[in-house]
Design a protein around this ligand. Structure first.
Ligand code: M6R
Length: 577
């Protein structure tokens, strides 16, 4: 069950190493999904398992998706079994060296070198904890890993740049890369910091950078396992889309009182800023563009947005605030981005759905987006909650820096409080109008999304959802850019989805599409095909348009036979650069 709850992190293959009462290790692996692993366990005819085991679901980085490349990996003698999230950047040189020393590699996966490094240490008689420490000292990269030793049954875990938590219960000790996996058994847990190594069942063995330290403080588990169950829905995406009005209301309950009086900003203890730089990836970057628009429009704050993987190219700026947006708080590109020289000199505010995350620990201040657990790989409710918490944060900051009056901010809070109902109404409209549109367009090879100004980040999010779920081409453009090239893509019947935020210039861009025979579908203000936006002037843009765009992507993906919760080639939390 625990592995099933981690499957959203990667689902190319899955495997376990389990110690038997006979003292052997049974290694069961498959390129199927969790159900296939369960079948292997059901068919197991060997000795009973003794309770010590490790498991992994893989998102392939090095090495093809094969059973042989599935974790757990083992050393030459089969004594060391290991599962690893992250990347061994110097795997090639270590592998060459270990090869020369007589080790036999059976996979092309970077993680396998870790097994052989530990094996070398153990052959020299080094204790297992110290063996792992010495092995990791030779590795460049990131890891959340667990080692199971056959002879002793000991399990050692370690983390650097990749999330890992451990929990102690009367039933035993657990470790997982996401608390959701062990939430049914664990009430409190400890988060491994960078460079930590600990032996399960022995918290007194906690080491950081090689030095024994007291175990970190306990954190209360924020939810129970049932919070991440389907609860009658056919897929998580449907459930998470439906949860949006409630999640949005929850974020506002938490943050709204601190907006108009500037208290939300004041309590972060950050210096005033002249410029804003927003860092994120994918959907979080789209939410970051909503934040950027709001900061410019309401506060006149010069703002740039940058993908985490490109942040190193930025120019240092001592007068800026960096807002790092990441629902997981573990996206390696964002973590590396905030640590680059160009960005690292500025105060960093993390806006994340995971206040225990690595990003939250790196940042100078944290604002939670309180979406609750999101299992579908496609971000839905986390996007909505990011937009709302970002709006709350920025309005509060602008009040705190005397760029927006408390009175104007109070009116904006009233508008924000209407968003949950707007989302619910948008969902009702979309569930009626989207299915016939999907019947009409599911066979189309490509889709264009356009918007202007505050509508543009929503066009970007609509295109991202459609492409990641349906595997069809879907690109977004500023509507005014179409005529500078992309209009060549528009022929008779080409679907062009227009995010209508009431900008009068959109009409001309729509006319250009129609003149070429393009099929225009307008999402937004009254009068369009999908009229869901009744507050087009809101500085956070046409947020309610998000819902039909999500429902469009999901409905079309299902019509095409796609797995909407686990789209091909993707993983929810991408902890490699
Ligand atoms: O956890 P993060 O918000 O940092 O993830 C960033 C992206 O990988 C993520 O938003 C991705 O684009 C979405 N899953 C797409 O739906």
């Amino acid at each position: 069950m625990g592995l099933r709850r981690l499957e959203y992190r990667g689902y190319d293959s899955v495997g376990m190493a389990l110690r038997t009462t006979g003292g052997d290790i049974a290694r069961l692996r498959t390129t199927g999904r969790i159900g296939a692993l369960e079948a292997l366990l059901d068919d197991w005819a060997g000795p009973r398992f003794d309770g010590a085991g490790i498991g992994h679901t893989r998102w392939a980085t090095h090495g093809a998706v094969t059973e042989g490349n599935a974790h757990p990996h083992v050393d030459c003698a089969g004594q060391i079994s290991l599962v690893h999230n992250g990347i061994v950047e110097n795997a090639a040189s270590l592998r060459a060296e270990l090869d020369r020393a007589g080790h036999t590699f059976v996979t092309t996966v970077d993680s396998e070198v870790l097994c052989h490094l530990i094996e070398d240490e153990r052959r020299r008689g080094t204790d297992l904890v110290r063996a792992l420490q010495n092995a990791l000292a030779r590795v460049h990269g990131s890891w959340a890993l667990a080692v199971l030793e056959q002879g002793s049954g000991r399990i050692i875990v370690a983390a650097k740049g990749s999330p890992l938590v451990v929990g102690h219960t009367a039933e035993g000790d657990f470790a997982a890369s996401d608390i959701a996996a062990i939430a049914d058994w664990v009430d409190e847990y400890r988060v491994l910091g960078d460079g930590d190594i600990v032996e399960l069942a022995r918290p007194d063995s906690w080491r950081r950078g090689g030095i024994v330290i007291p175990p970190p403080a306990l954190t209360r588990c924020p939810w129970r396992g049932r919070d991440v169950e389907l609860n009658g829905y056919t897929d998580y995406m449907a459930k998470e889309i439906d949860e949006q009005p409630e999640a949005a209301a929850r974020v506002l309950d938490e943050l709204a009182d601190g907006i108009a009086n500037g208290a939300l900003w004041e309590q972060l203890n950050l210096p005033p800023f002249e410029r804003l730089r927003v860092i994120g990836c994918g959907t979080s970057l789209n939410a970051g563009n909503v934040l950027a628009n709001l900061a410019r429009r309401l506060g006149g704050v010069p703002t740039t947005t940058v993908s985490g993987s490109e942040a190193a190219q930025e120019v240092p700026d001592t007068a800026q605030l960096v807002v790092a947006m990441s629902q997981s708080g573990e996206t390696a590109d964002v973590l590396r981005g905030v640590q680059t020289g160009a960005v690292g000199i500025s105060p960093v505010l993390a806006l994340t759905n995971n206040p225990q995350s690595t990003l939250a620990r790196l940042a100078d201040a944290v604002v939670g987006s309180s979406a609750g657990p999101e299992i579908g790989v496609a971000a839905t409710k986390t996007f909505i909650c990011q937009v709302i918490s970002a709006a709350a944060l920025m309005i509060s900051a602008l009040v705190g820096m005397n760029r927006v009056s408390a009175r104007s901010a109070a009116a904006l809070v009233d508008d924000l409080r209407r968003v949950p109902d707007q989302l619910a109404a948008a969902s009702a409209v979309a569930k009626c109008v989207i299915p016939p549109l999907v019947d009409q367009f599911a066979a189309e090879a490509g889709f264009i999304f356009i918007g202007r100004g505050l509508g543009l980040p929503y066009a970007a999010e609509g295109a991202l959802k459609l492409k990641e779920l349906t595997y069809r081409w879907a690109e977004h453009y500023p509507a005014g850019e179409l005529k500078h090239g992309p209009l060549a893509l528009v022929g008779v019947g080409t679907p062009v989805i227009v995010i209508d935020n009431g900008d009068p210039k959109l009409a001309g861009n729509v006319a250009e599409v129609r003149a070429r025979g393009g099929h225009v579908i307008t999402v937004g203000c009254a009068g369009g095909a999908i009229p869901v936006v009744d507050d087009p002037a809101a500085p956070w843009g046409p947020i309610a348009a998000t819902v039909p765009l999500q429902i469009l992507a999901r409905t079309m993906a299902l019509a095409l036979g796609r797995d909407v919760d686990k789209p091909r080639n993707l993983a929810k939390s991408v902890t490699v650069e």
